[in-house]
Design a binder for this molecule. Structure first.
Ligand SMILES: Cc1ncc(COP(=O)(O)O)c(C=O)c1O
Length: 343
């Protein structure tokens, strides 16, 4: 496969190329040795650059492309209090000289002071975003409605706004970043003569999961992708990923088929719920840190790494597995009071 392999209209879509790409593909030799595994790898999407990086940078390149093509002078986004999406949007907007309004949703019960003020919240402030809050963390449509109302208020005083939407049903613009990432991974594997047997990635909104699966299939790769549920259980998540996958055809102009069995999900590391820590996540954070110098966050990447370890144990000496490190680095500091005593 060549670096410039086309995926329909992907390369003609509006995009602001700010991410530090391609991100490195690294070996996890110490974890592989511990698990007696053949070959374990990590795609360092925690190193995408903008505002401390993460998967949202690739996604926002396409949103900011749209914002720019629509002549917006401000961007609005909604997410959990410790949302990495929100933080990265604020950094992106700062870099491009756009005003940014972020809405922080109260999604995680029983959180302490650090969660409300440190990590991503601290960075939202450093990047100069205006912050408002929304009380009902499980009401995605309500959060979007509230954001649209705020956007209207800005428009009344002369702003031109672009909203990064949250709820399903919107075109999967964010997933385009991972369609592109799939191509990047295939090129890197080809160059390094690596044959991948499976990719393991967090599945939250499902944009990353759907995008990577779509990109692989569009390029003729059959590598299995397993999504680790970090937001909702597998029975609810499957339809989201499916719809986003199929809606990508509208954006690329291709007609890639989806075999429903292709959407693999594991929700065994989700409990007690979104943003809530469990023993597997703490152990994954400890392992990643002690053996590989990786920073994993409790909400997304630690739970996903726990799922990756499970797959690596099953795969043994036969398979090469890739963990997509989707970032979340600043959130570690918002969870310090919960993680440190358990290390
Ligand atoms: C660090 C990190 N990893 C993974 C995800 C999940 O990605 P997606 O929402 O595209 O499923 C998120 C989403 O917020 C995230 O912030």
């Amino acid at each position: 496969m060549k670096q410039n392999s086309e995926i329909g209209k992907l390369d003609q879509l509006p995009r602001v190329k700010l991410g530090h790409l391609p991100t490195p593909l690294e070996r996890l030799d110490r974890v592989a040795e511990m698990l007696d595994a053949k070959q374990l790898l990590v795609k360092r999407d925690d190193c995408t650059g903008v505002g401390l990086g993460g998967n949202k940078v690739r996604q926002l390149e396409f949103h900011f492309g749209l914002a720019r093509s629509e002549g917006a002078d401000m961007v609005l986004v909604t997410g959990a209090t410790q949302s990495n999406y929100v933080r990265t949007t604020a950094a992106f907007a700062a870099k491009l000289g756009l005003k940014c309004h972020v809405q922080l949703e109260d999604r995680v019960p029983g959180v302490g002071e650090l969660y409300k003020t440190n990590g991503n919240v601290f960075l939202d402030q450093l990047f100069g975003a205006t912050i408002s809050t929304y009380d009902e963390g499980e009401d995605e449509h309500g959060a979007d409605r509230k954001l649209r109302q705020i956007a209207r208020e800005y428009e009344e005083i002369g702003h031109r706004s672009y909203i990064v939407p949250l709820a399903p049903g919107n075109p999967p613009v964010s997933a385009l970043g991972y369609v592109n990432a799939a191509r990047e991974i295939l090129v890197q594997c080809e160059t390094a003569e690596i044959t991948l047997d499976e990719i393991i990635v967090a599945s939250g909104s499902g944009e990353t999961h759907a995008g990577i699966l779509y990109g692989l299939r569009a390029l003729g790769s059959e590598i299995p992708v397993t999504g680790i549920c970090v937001r909702r259980t597998a029975d609810l998540q499957v339809e989201r990923v499916q719809k986003k996958f199929l809606a990508l055809n509208d954006l690329t102009g291709l007609s890639i088929d989806l075999n429903d069995r292709d959407i693999q999900l594991n929700d065994r590391y989700l409990a007690p719920g979104y943003g809530l820590i469990n023993d597997h996540a703490v152990e994954a954070m400890r392992l990643g840190g002690h053996l590989e110098g990786l920073v994993l966050d409790p909400t997304y990447t630690a739970k996903t790494f726990a799922g990756f370890i499970e797959r690596a144990k099953d795969a043994g000496k036969d398979k090469s597995l890739l963990f997509i490190h989707t970032g979340g680095t600043p959130a570690v500091f918002a969870y310090q009071d919960q993680v440190q005593p358990r290390l």
